[in-house]
Design a protein around this ligand. Structure first.
Ligand code: LCS
Length: 405
């Protein structure tokens, strides 16, 4: 019914994925060359998908296009809230008030603004590491210090170091916690007991918390997302960010839902935020929430299979790689420490030696040396080629090293 095997040409669409890797991964310009042509790379880096957005979303955009006027626009209609709220009720059995909803043209811009609105200059931002680097940047751009709590990593599995987290949360200058639920890059889906323990520490220390739940729809089929807001139903200093952008491959549409409970903060947001939305983005998001459920379920089946295949392939061809199937996200987080020195620049190695673009542990703030992150949201044929190239490059390196000695 849906064709996730289709290979779609993304050239000449101004895609970050095809055209932005030099600047994003390598901080380089067009003069950087590789033994591969750009179109020969297998691209497994930035977190968008190689799949077409579903037809129901494209139809929603088309219907809006047919209305022909694209003047100043803002989510006014209750039907948008109803679609989003019904989605959250159905998927996470979670409800919230319409008054809490404001819109942002992305989760990242919202993080940047919220850290500014919430914290004073001498206050610190706390997050769990490894971390999506923009959590750190949210502190950096606002000239705030940041504090990391490393996740525990045991037998290839991640968990929160509650003792460490509590110690850091207790610093009175640490006033805001940016939480990734589910977690990028480890793919952890935080379980109810974990969320409750976290909630207890947050409350005890009166921390502000932004729960970034951008990956909340793309869980393995045996997993269930629990919004932090569901575990902390009355806590006012909680902001939740959700968006159809990861779920439906709409990142370029730049629309996200921000739920702000605290009235004072919401007032600040409404006064300082640029409160306009893109008409086509609203149409896309609303159509996704209203009509995209079945597509997401089919996508999840496809991703589950890509993860199963990856696990099997790595076990056979890179037996010393540590990898557990991510509970959420379409991102595989693979520990290659048995094969590389911790300071090896892994994105550079795989770009040059394998023709694969991927993100390395060096891009996730700290506590992530020797890891690679692979985007599995691609046709299985592309994934198979990417994994083959990755494994061959690592195994060749080892043979060369062995022969060299
Ligand atoms: N928050 C998290 C946890 C993310 O993983 C991403 C995208 C965003 C926010 C971006 O939100 P936006 O501003 O687009 O609404 N993650 C990416 C990643 O890991 N690589 O490329 C993008």
């Amino acid at each position: 019914m849906y064709n996730f095997d289709e290979i779609i040409d993304r050239r000449h669409t101004n895609a970050m994925n095809t055209d932005g890797f030099r600047s994003y991964i390598f901080h380089a310009d067009d003069s950087m060359t590789f033994p591969y042509k750009d179109e020969e790379f297998i691209r497994m880096w930035v977190a968008d998908m190689e799949f077409a957005t579903p037809d129901v979303v494209i139809d929603g955009i088309r219907e809006r296009l047919d209305k022909r006027i694209f003047g100043y626009t803002r989510v006014f209609e209750k039907s948008y809230f109803d679609a989003f709220a019904a989605w959250c009720k159905r998927r996470y059995d979670w409800t919230f008030e319409r008054e809490e909803l404001v819109m942002s043209n992305g989760v990242i811009p919202a993080l940047y603004e919220l850290v500014d609105y919430i914290t004073k200059p001498d206050e610190k931002v706390l997050f769990l590491t490894p971390s999506y680097a923009y959590f750190k940047y949210a502190a950096d751009v606002n000239h705030r210090d940041y504090v990391c709590s490393d996740l525990l990593y045991e037998d290839g599995r991640y968990s929160i170091d509650f003792e460490d987290f509590e110690k850091k949360a207790a610093d009175e200058k640490t006033t805001i916690f940016i939480f990734c639920n589910p977690h990028n890059p480890s793919g952890r889906v935080w379980k109810e007991e974990e969320l409750k323990k976290l909630a207890e520490i947050i409350e005890k220390n009166n921390l502000w918390v932004i729960s970034d739940e951008i990956h909340c729809d793309l869980l393995r089929k045996d997993q269930q997302h629990i919004p932090l807001g569901k575990v902390m139903p009355t806590y006012q200093c909680l902001v939740t960010a959700m968006t159809p952008s990861k779920t439906f491959n709409l990142a370029g549409m730049m629309i996200s839902n921000i739920l702000i409970r605290d009235e004072e903060l919401k007032e600040i947001w409404l006064n300082r935020h640029y409160n306009f939305d893109h008409p086509l983005s609203i149409a896309a998001a609303q159509a996704a929430y209203e009509k995209g459920y079945d597509w997401v379920e089919a996508l999840r089946d496809y991703l589950d299979e890509n993860f199963r295949f990856t696990k099997e392939y790595l076990a056979e061809h890179l037996p010393k790689a540590k990898f557990h199937i991510s509970e959420a996200t379409y991102l595989a987080w693979v520990d290659l420490n048995e094969y590389f020195e911790p300071d090896e620049h892994l994105p550079m190695f795989f770009a040059y030696k394998a023709g694969v673009l991927l993100e390395g542990g060096n891009m996730f703030v700290q506590h992530s040396d020797g890891f690679i992150r692979l985007n599995l949201a691609c046709p299985k044929s592309v994934l198979a080629e990417g994994l083959k190239r990755i494994c061959e490059a690592v195994n060749t390196k080892h043979t060369e090293k062995y022969l060299g000695e």
